[in-house]
Design a binder for this molecule. Structure first.
Ligand SMILES: Cc1cc2nc3c(=O)[nH]c(=O)nc-3n(C[C@H](O)[C@H](O)[C@H](O)COP(=O)(O)O)c2cc1C
Length: 188
């Protein structure tokens, strides 16, 4: 797959199974995450890799959070099973730093770029991936259990694995209604 195909063909894969990326593939994916635009060179992100027993730990964290939220048994079971939707998850959170010229928003955007870059990297290696957030991204207890300072934000749970089924390529969305050309505007 060349870079142009990657850019126009990336899509998400909701159903992921083993094998997970090998160690060297994971290294490539993490390096891609480090390669993103980064105002002030702050690297304002943290990647928490979840695989093997880590998946069981995340399952326990989600289960406890679901219980503490007062959910019913169905939702608790669903929450407990969520980490098993892929053999590998990378949790991307911010590591905000004070910088006069780099507001938190820009740092969160850079962390979001890292999620995208890692999904692209996984895709380029032939894996599937899906960026998810949901309630638990914003849950203080979940952050604490993951050793993420509660002043930071979880910007994504990137689920990565092998596609259970080869999905057809989705049609490309057209850009026409999302682009303005300033040269066509009258000056007031
Ligand atoms: C910040 C962010 C959070 C997301 N959270 C979820 C989520 O929790 N659940 C979900 O089904 N899709 C979520 N998505 C959307 C999917 O990752 C995916 O982009 C969407 O299903 C469209 O599919 P595509 O990537 O193949 O175009 C999220 C996307 C972003 C950018």
């Amino acid at each position: 797959m060349n870079a142009q195909e990657l850019l126009l063909q990336r899509q998400s894969t909701p159903k992921l199974i083993a094998p997970a990326p090998s160690e060297s593939d994971l290294t490539f994916i993490l390096n891609a995450g480090m390669r993103v635009p980064d105002h002030g060179a702050l690297s304002p992100w943290l990647f928490t890799v979840v695989e093997n027993q880590g998946l069981d730990k995340l399952s326990q964290i989600f289960e406890k959070a679901a219980i503490d939220q007062g959910n019913n048994d169905v939702k608790i079971k669903k929450s407990k099973n969520m980490p098993y939707r892929a053999p590998l998850i990378i949790i991307i959170s911010t590591q905000y730093q004070f910088h006069e010229k780099v507001p938190k928003l820009e740092q969160a955007i850079a962390a979001g770029c890292a999620v995208h870059a890692m999904q692209m990297a996984a895709f380029s290696l032939g894996y599937g991936a899906m960026w998810r957030t949901g309630d638990f991204s914003y849950n203080t207890d979940v952050k604490q259990a993951l050793a993420i300072n509660t002043e930071n934000d979880i910007v994504g749970f990137l689920y990565i694995g092998t596609a259970e089924n080869k999905l057809p390529l989705k049609a490309l969305k057209t850009f026409e209604h999302h682009v303005n050309y300033l040269e066509n505007f009258p000056l007031s």
